[in-house]
Design a protein around this ligand. Structure first.
Ligand SMILES: CC(C)(COP(=O)(O)OP(=O)(O)OC[C@H]1O[C@@H](n2cnc3c(N)ncnc32)[C@H](O)[C@@H]1OP(=O)(O)O)[C@@H](O)C(=O)NCCC(=O)NCCS
Length: 312
């Protein structure tokens, strides 16, 4: 969906959206598609690339804030069944736009302890289903998508070098969906009040994001005993070009490639980093031996950064 189509729905323009966010278009899932179906497509592509059969999976983690069912079951269970992975445990993880980073750090622990050998980590969202298409301050920002990675043990040193995860629940209402949970269960009133859609204090989130993104990148690099000079590729959460530019200025990175595809997808929440990672790999930006820093931030408020030595 290009910006021009949004300009027919709400009082906005291509110029405003591009200038404030860097977004030019976003993908909208077809009516019959769900978070599960997008996740399964991404998972199959990752398994094919890794030459691993679904039967060999030990664990499926789906990072999402737009699960197929609001409360139960977990979307990961649907994905596990659809893939045909009978041995795999399955669990959803919701840290919203930081979800993929949390899931990557979590999945890596099972690999590092030797408990599991094949862990599938998926970030998937149909975020456009929780957007209020009458609210121009939010509906222009988000899109749908999914990305997946397969984690395995290896003798080559590298992989996850460090991680930083964080949360500040004081900012919970800066970006949230008020109704539909146990605090405000669904009712005719909550529907009438449009309480099942995303509400956001954009400026608060902007201030938070521009602070936390560079901070957590620096802390994660320090934890890996590295500096920004060692960072080959930075893959930030794809929320907004201005947030990314701000962070890059604060980090003062010169030799680092900063990956961005927000122009084409908008903010796909937990899917943004794995989609960006896959494109960065396909484009040859991330290569064997690259030190890749991936950093997410979002509702919670939450944040997370991993430093990853890519094996290829
Ligand atoms: C949302 C965001 C782009 C808004 O930009 P901003 O410069 O902060 O704009 P403001 O919210 O101050 O609004 C400025 C004006 O633009 C208007 N506006 C908001 N959305 C608009 C839109 N889509 N089109 C045109 N005008 C819009 C506002 O109504 C306001 O008008 P007013 O001055 O007449 O009241 C910006 O706050 C932002 O990027 N925040 C972070 C959002 C984010 O990334 N969230 C997800 C994190 S995971």
């Amino acid at each position: 969906m290009p910006n021009s189509e949004l300009a027919e729905m709400v009082d906005t323009s291509d110029e405003w959206i591009r200038a404030r966010t860097g977004i030019g278009e976003r993908r909208i899932a077809a009516p019959e598609e769900t978070t599960c179906s997008l996740a399964v497509n991404a998972a199959r592509a990752a398994l094919d690339k890794a030459h691993v059969a679904p039967e060999d999976l030990d664990l499926v983690i789906v990072a999402t804030c737009t699960p197929d069912y609001a409360n139960m079951p977990a979307t990961a269970s649907l994905v596990q069944h659809a893939l045909g992975a009978p041995r795999a445990a399955a669990v959803d993880l919701n840290a919203v736009c930081s979800g993929f980073i949390y899931a990557l750090a979590t999945g890596s622990q099972f690999i590092n302890t030797g408990a599991y050998r094949n862990v599938l980590v998926i970030g998937a969202e149909v975020f456009t289903r929780i957007l209020d298409w009458r609210d121009r301050s939010t509906c222009v920002l988000f899109g749908d998508g999914a990305g997946a990675v397969l984690l395995q043990p290896t003798d080559t040193p590298g992989g996850l070098l460090s991680f930083v995860l964080g949360s500040d629940g004081a900012g919970a209402c800066s970006l949230y969906v008020p109704a539909g949970g146990s605090r405000q269960p669904a009712s005719a009133d909550t529907v009438a009040e449009r309480g099942h859609y995303v509400k956001m204090q954009g400026r608060d989130v902007f201030r938070f994001a521009t602070r936390v993104l560079p901070d957590s990148v620096l802390r994660a690099l320090e934890a890996a005993q590295l500096t920004t000079d060692d960072m080959d590729v930075l893959i930030p959460h794809q929320a907004n070009t201005r947030i990314i530019d701000h962070a890059v200025r604060r980090l003062k990175v010169d030799g680092t490639s900063v990956f961005s595809n927000v122009e084409r997808y908008g903010n796909t929440s937990a899917a943004s980093i794995p989609v960006a990672l896959c494109e960065a790999v396909d484009e040859g930006l991330v290569q064997a031996g690259s030190t890749v820093v991936m950093s997410g931030f979002g509702a919670g408020l939450s944040w997370g950064t991993v430093v990853w030595k890519w094996h290829g």
